[in-house]
Design a protein around this ligand. Sequence first.
Ligand SMILES: Nc1ncnc2c1ncn2[C@@H]1O[C@H](COP(=O)(O)OP(=O)(O)OP(=O)(O)O)[C@@H](O)[C@H]1O
Length: 230
Amino acid sequence: MLNISELEAYYGGSRILNQINMKVKKGQVACILGRNGVGKTTLLKSIMGLVKTPRGSILLEEKEMMKVPTYHRAMEGIGYVPQGREIFPQLTIHENLLLGLERSKNKGELEEDVYELFPVLKSMLKRKGGDLSGGQQQQLAIARALISKPKILLLDEPTEGIQPSIIQDIGKVIQQLKKQGNMTIIIVEQYLEFVLGIADYFFVMDKGKIVMEGNIKEADPKEIQSKMMI
Ligand SMILES: Nc1ncnc2c1ncn2[C@@H]1O[C@H](COP(=O)(O)OP(=O)(O)OP(=O)(O)O)[C@@H](O)[C@H]1O
């Protein structure tokens, strides 16, 4: 459902992504692994249209996204949870969630399903986003992206700086979404253990390229780890 070919991305004159080819099937959970600075975040931003990508192709269900502006990519069904979460600290949980609906084609009521996935949010709808713990903010950011019912969800290091019990909760939410079967998920991670339990497919990046990929169940975690350490 996502088919990226020969994608290049630049910051100013520096090429950050070099000939990226990547296919992710519908309903699949794919992860992008790699050390700091290899271009993982830049790849997600490229899919979202947030960086300069002069060459290549990004097909979402056969539709070319390269010339589609970011806002419309969101409307086309790409949900994005950036690293550092970027929730609005002065707005309440409820208001933060309402902003998620802005990017949706189906502007309706807030979906009960999202509260089912994140019961903790339902219990504090009037609380300010900035008063939540880091883990709760991550949950809010994921919930906000889910409210627009994306076809594909991009998560940038969802476990970063988060306590183990909340990492587990986030893992369970991803498993539940996977079970529902209609959402494709791409997770950027450095925490290999986390993705081993939930992903179907993996890509390892190094210096702006994909250097290894495969089905996660058939792969040797030690080999993946050693590719990540290069
Ligand atoms: N706004 C920017 N302007 C210029 N260079 C940037 C910018 N953002 C990132 N870079 C550079 O692009 C390269 C790839 O960065 P990117 O954030 O995509 O890596 P990453 O694999 O996601 O790393 P991390 O795990 O630390 O987030 C790095 O060399 C980084 O310094």
